[in-house]
Unconditional design. Structure first.
Lengths: 446, 446
């Protein structure tokens, strides 16, 4: 099994400015090539620290991929650091092809090349440049001992195509290595806590299994990460079997293999040929945004209303004033009226409405921050046919709204799949009972 | 100057499942304590790899902070790895306080403690537990040689308060170290490319300056990161002066020190006492969401319309059918009519509308994917008083919509600040001219 290391370069990563998504993406792509990423490091824009990291990470590794540090500005020092490691005491050379690429780039945009960008044509003499169709920074490729080194720009939309088109074909495989592969898959769920989700998996999570299964929770989505090793056909079969086992254990909360909640709902809506509209208060358009994130949403989404004030709810969605007076804007009654109003104004089949208190202000003892009512109305059904759930979401303004959007999508998914409406969702408040939580019903499958 | 290293633990980080935000946050907090983070590493859920990383990262460092690996499941191995390093061949002990915390946690939620969670009460005998008010995983604190080790859970909403309340007070400073501080600040801009933004900074970006200034671009926002070292009052003054210099050089595209575009616009709207409404097509609610992200937005946001079809535009915003027929839904005429329709239906002062082709489908030679028209209408002004800009944004569905939201906010910001409407924005298409780009007007200040 070949081993890789990843190096991310940039002060912004160590200062808290930027979050590094490149390492995660590269590790996933390398795994698809049966190359196991064993380490990832981040260093700042310090020439010596970068050079030291390059030396350390390339020793005893087959592949080192660096990202960042290839921009035009004076804090971009990766080229210099590579030169220090690969050609000590020698100057960087100017790559003619790189220079032409840079001149072309600016000419096409009707601009003169800024002086600073000339630095992007330099490279160590023993390395060659990798083309960049989406930016000015050329990549670099070379070798240190047994380790192949590839250096790519930081911005993902430049780095990713370069990796796929110019690095993957270059990675030299050791003979006999083609046999064993690493295959990965993930399954996600919303509505059970991580502990309960893990409990349902039972022995699937034992460390000496193949595939291994691990769980993480992030923004209320619990992900099972599966990793299978072995000869390809066997690894594939074992992976598929374990994915099925995880999905069975997590039914009905899990929404499919390697797909998001939004993608799952989009697929179901397309197949159902139903149309939906949205009515949002505290989420402010977040639910509509997530629906429209999916290409082809114009096939089922008729749009929405962001009714951020009581007046807007009453004027634009015909929510009766007396409902607002008696129960308050954040209530099951008003949520249902919003959903029904959106339905009536559009002719859609489903209306999905969210009203709540996102915080930090606005909470009371009776309706604390995190109180959210979500309603789903169905065309043809009367008021009794719409369902509303009452939640108390933890966290701050972003978390409450994020969980509300996810809960709304899960409610719609449940309706499209005919999941019983009594199926509880995490953080739901059921009238007259203690806080209901997702209970473990099924025994975990081995 | 004290030095720190950060270790992130978790297969999900190396498999591409999760993006690590903890390292960035911790590095920023440590910098505020004048502790320089010199390295960050990520390892998987592998007991031996974790132990090796702990040994290496703690040698020659003052502080090591680890995140992750403290969950209840069998792939959470950090406690075991710490034991291997700090108390080789000895078993982990059960911490009574931790056990009580766990039992309490589940009792409060009306649940029995799952068996798996017992693992979260184990620790190496030479470490002590750190309280966690927001989760089941206790943190750990100890020392290896001269290095203080702190281990915190992965989820940010648990990790961050624990770091602030239980790690910061514990970090032992070396005598005489109190003198020199590291102070950081950032300034962001939207509307100029990174090259042009850097060019305007000129000598501010030289490496031997204090503070240092570096730039990065991420999702079309260019950030200048400033880092100032020295005795506190001097470092503070130099930082403030350089922040001012950066803001002057980037006028009017930069929107304030250490604040986002959304926060900047929110502040201006509050001060202006004006009300706004939104009308969105391809962005699907994203603009409304970003506005409502800001607490207190109910003071100026009267809500919005997500008019995702031609019919919705005509029915709900009274966009004239002949405008749609003659110019198409994606046109300056329709954008202006959407903005005006939202104004008329609400009594707001400003109406902001976006219509475009996000892709991947829908593009033509005349109107390719990325074509977006954004209009800002003002109450009391006629059709001639509304402004519309025509953009061609690069990238895919998410990028086009993200840039459209940012451009809309910048247009609103320009209007609130009386910035001339001839001030170009990156990716704008001006009629009858080559693609206009943000030109360098001001000379960089030294």
């Amino acid at each position: 099994m070949m081993h890789a290391a990843l190096l991310s370069v940039g002060d912004e990563l160590l200062l808290g400015q930027n979050v590094d998504t490149n390492a995660a993406w590269l590790a996933a792509r390398l795994a698809e090539l049966s190359i196991m990423t064993v380490e990832q490091r981040t260093v700042g824009d310090d020439r010596r620290a970068i050079a030291e990291a390059i030396r350390e990470l390339s020793s005893q590794r087959d592949v080192l991929v660096t990202t960042g540090g290839l921009g035009p500005t004076l804090d971009d020092l990766l080229r210099e650091a590579l030169g220090d490691v690969l050609t000590p005491s020698k100057e960087l050379v100017t790559d003619q092809g790189a220079l032409e690429h840079l001149e072309d780039w600016f000419a096409k945009r009707g601009r003169r090349m800024p002086m600073l960008n000339t630095r992007q044509a330099f490279r160590p003499s023993v390395m060659r440049c990798l083309p960049n169709a989406n930016g000015t920074a050329l990549g670099l490729a070379g070798r240190l001992g047994e380790c192949q080194i590839f250096s790519l720009p930081g911005p993902p939309r430049e780095m990713q195509p370069m990796f796929l088109e110019h690095v993957v074909p270059e990675i030299r495989r050791r003979p006999g290595e083609l046999e064993e592969v690493i295959l990965t898959a993930s399954v996600q769920e919303f509505g059970m806590s991580e502990s309960e989700a893990a409990q349902r998996l039972g022995p699937l999570m034992e460390r000496d299994r193949n595939p291994t299964v691990g769980t993480t929770a992030s923004d209320a989505i619990v992900t099972a990460r599966l990793r299978s090793r072995g000869p390809k056909p066997i690894a594939q079969r074992q992976l598929d079997e374990t994915v099925d086992a995880v999905e069975r254990a997590w039914r009905p909360y899990s929404f499919g293999r390697s797909q998001s909640l939004g993608e799952s709902v989009a697929k179901l809506l397309r197949q159902s040929r139903q149309k939906i509209v949205t009515a949002e208060s505290c989420t402010g358009g977040w639910l509509g945004k997530v629906i429209v994130d999916q290409p082809g949403s114009s096939g089922y989404y008729l749009g929405g209303w962001i009714t951020y004030s009581n007046q807007a709810k009453m004027e634009r969605l015909r929510v009766p004033a007396d409902l607002v007076e008696r129960h308050g804007a954040v209530s099951a009654h008003v949520a249902k009226a919003m959903a029904q109003g959106a339905l009536d104004a559009s002719g859609a089949d489903y209306g999905l409405a969210i009203t709540g208190i996102a915080g930090p202000d606005g909470g009371t003892a009776e309706k604390p921050v995190g109180t959210v009512h979500i309603a789903l109305a169905r065309k043809g059904g009367g008021k009794s046919d719409s369902i509303a759930r009452h939640f108390e979401f933890p966290g701050g303004r972003m978390e409450v709204r994020d969980r509300a959007v996810k809960a709304a999508l899960q409610m719609l998914r449940f309706a499209l799949l005919d999941v019983p409406t009594t199926t509880p969702l995490l953080w739901e408040k059921i009238e007259g009972a203690r806080t209901q939580v997702a209970r473990v019903h099924a025994s975990p499958s081995p």
